[in-house]
Design a protein around this ligand. Structure first.
Ligand code: 9D3
Length: 235
């Protein structure tokens, strides 16, 4: 997958892209990320990318020309599915991550200030929000989406087993995990996990995952049934 990210703070992407799994995905050739400095596409000598709102009021608005110009430049090389990060967008979830993972090229437009000139939206395929809280800009949302999408690409996690498990329990909270010691200051690991009976262990895990989800996130159950290839039997 090829990802283009357009931002006025290109350095915000350095740390995440140069670490851990995202970096490995790039090194393995599964992912290619290019950051574009929106300022380079400003049209005046001060490199202005924002301006005061027509009609007055506080805050600044991202101008349309630099964004349109930058998108035109990016798509001269590679056309892509164009995403605008905005609090007014469709709320990002695992289903949307799966949809985006099917695209060959993604282009993210990150904004700041109070928002974008409405006409930016004419150049965009989908507006996305990552949730109902207020951030300072679209950079962290872009990275969050790249992270969630990238790990769905074949060969990125390198752990096919965990991907398989996940599709089985998709959309549910995880079952409880344990590792050694079997007894920590009297807190014992559930007997079934030491039994070696894999059928019983699988049954225990799916029951625990369902119990936990029902207790903590009942809202997830309906969604999980939709995402899952299997069928959940709710106890
Ligand atoms: C009341 C007007 N504010 C909207 C809640 C204005 C505003 C605040 C903060 C407009 C943009 C921003 C910066 N946020 C993003 O660019 C953003 C965001 C977010 O704040 N929350 C969740 N998802 C996203 S995606 C981009």
């Amino acid at each position: 997958m090829h990802v283009d990210i357009i931002s006025i703070f290109p350095s915000m992407f350095d740390s995440v892209l140069n670490s851990s799994i995202l970096k490995r995905a790039v090194e393995k050739g599964k992912l290619e990320v290019k950051i574009h400095n929106l300022r380079d596409f400003a049209e005046d000598k001060h490199n202005t990318t924002d301006d005061a709102p027509y009609g007055g009021g506080a805050g600044m608005v991202m101008k349309v020309e630099p964004i349109a110009k930058c998108l035109r430049n990016v798509e001269k090389k590679k056309k892509g599915f164009k995403i605008l990060l905005t609090p007014a967008g469709k709320k990002f979830d695992q289903a949307l991550a799966k949809k985006l993972a099917k695209k060959k090229n993604l282009i993210f437009v990150c904004g700041h200030y109070e928002g974008f000139d409405e006409r930016v939206k004419d150049y965009i395929d989908e507006e996305i929000s990552i949730g109902d809280y207020v951030l300072t800009g679209g950079e962290i949302p872009a990275l969050l989406i790249v992270d969630a999408v990238m790990r769905l690409l074949p060969g990125v996690l390198g752990n096919e087993e965990s991907a398989k498990n996940e599709s089985f329990m998709d959309g549910l909270l995880d079952y409880p995990h344990y590792t050694r010691p079997a007894d920590y200051k009297g807190k014992k690991v559930p007997e079934v996990l030491l039994s070696g009976n894999h059928e019983k262990i699988a049954k225990w895990r799916s029951e625990e995952a369902l119990k936990l989800t029902k207790e903590k996130r009942p809202d997830l159950l309906a969604k999980a049934n939709k995402l899952s290839k299997g069928v959940y039997i709710c106890p």
